[in-house]
Structures are given as C-alpha cells and as structure tokens.
Design a protein around this ligand. Structure first.
Ligand code: SF4
Ligand code: SF4
Length: 182
C-alpha cells in the first residue's frame, strides 16, 4: 500500500453516505476490550489534552466520533491514526474512562492487517525481519552498556546469532513478514 493511497481521505466537507458506514465497528472495539466506547460524550477533553494534536491536525475526539459512526475505511486509511504517541494523557483525563489508546491500537492493528502501514513503520519492521531487532545495537549503545556495567551485547540475537533463523521463522509463521514485505 502506498503513502498516496494512505493519504486518500474523503474531504471533511463531503456528506457521509450510508455505504461508508460499518455499523459493526464499535462492537469490534468492544470485543477487543474497549468496553466503554459507546459512553463517549464527545466532550473533547481528549483532543484538548493531546500533545500530538498541538502540532498536527490530528484530533482524538474526531477519531472517537468516526469510530462510533463506523467510518472504518476512512479511519484505517488515515495518516492521523499513526500520529498518536500512546502517551495515555487522553485516557487519564477522559471523564468516561474510555480506553482511547486501546481504540487507537486496535484500529492500527486492523489497518496493518489490511496492508495500510506507513513507509517508516515498514522500514523499521524490515530491520526486525532482517536483524531480529527493531533498533539494532550501535557503537553508542555498546559504550553506554559498558558504562552501566552490562555486557557489550544484550542477551538477544545479538549474542545468539544462531537464533535469528528462529526469529525469522516465527515472523513468517505469524504472517508478519508477508504484511511488511507485501
Ligand atoms: S475525553 Fe472521553 S468522553 Fe470526551 S471525547 Fe474523548 S473519549 Fe469521548
Ligand atoms: S495517547 Fe495519543 S491520542 Fe491520547 S493524548 Fe497521547 S498522543 Fe494524544
């Protein structure tokens, strides 16, 4: 899936039509653990608290509204979905104690399963497939580990390169490799 395809979003000025709605979406979120999602009162406290929203056009309240309406395709293709840093401030402040972050993570999982991943995430995921680490060790980390009295390399595939094939096999069996490499 290309970035262009990801960025194709219906204009907010266009009226919403019934065929755009997937009315089962809120129930899918409830099954995934966001039991209180229907209790959202659209107060906007989440948006007002969001550090990401201060620097981008991302609006948490709007994401919640679209989820409740069932605008699934729009949400899953949206770049906004990836602008949340999962800092949990909105969850801490939501007067209805709605798991906003779990909503976002569940939607991200749905988007990834459909192949909507942003290129940067694919790049980082490829490192995991190739090296067994999202962020492989570098000289600075090796030095810092030594200062902390740790072994030069962590007890992962860095120390056990023979385990890398097993990691690769697991990523293949779970379908992760196919998702990332398309
Ligand atoms: S703070 Fe909670 S209740 Fe208010 S809009 Fe956000 S999710 Fe809904
Ligand atoms: S968890 Fe995400 S949506 Fe909530 S305040 Fe933090 S960045 Fe914003």
């Amino acid at each position: 899936m290309t970035l262009t395809a990801l960025a194709e979003r219906p204009s907010p000025r266009k009226p919403i039509t019934a065929d755009q709605l997937d009315l089962k979406l809120p129930d899918e979120l409830i099954v995934a653990g966001v039991e209180r999602i229907r209790e959202c009162i659209q107060c906007g406290t989440c948006t007002a608290s969001c550090p990401s929203g201060r620097r981008t056009a991302y609006r948490t309240r709007l994401l919640m509204r679209k989820t409740l309406l069932g605008l699934k395709d729009d949400l899953l293709k949206s770049l906004d979905l990836w602008l949340c840093t999962t800092c949990y401030t909105c969850y801490e402040r939501c007067p209805r104690k709605i798991s906003t972050v779990d909503t976002i993570i569940t939607l991200r999982n749905m988007a990834s399963a459909k192949g909507f991943m942003i290129p940067r995430h694919k790049e980082i995921s490829k490192q995991l497939i190739e090296k067994g680490h999202l962020v492989p060790i570098n000289e600075a980390n090796i030095k810092r580990r030594a200062e902390l009295g740790l072994s030069e390399l962590p007890p992962t595939v860095h120390s056990h390169p023979e385990a890398l094939n097993e990691v690769k096999k697991l990523l293949q069996l779970t379908g992760f490799t196919k998702l990332v490499e398309g």
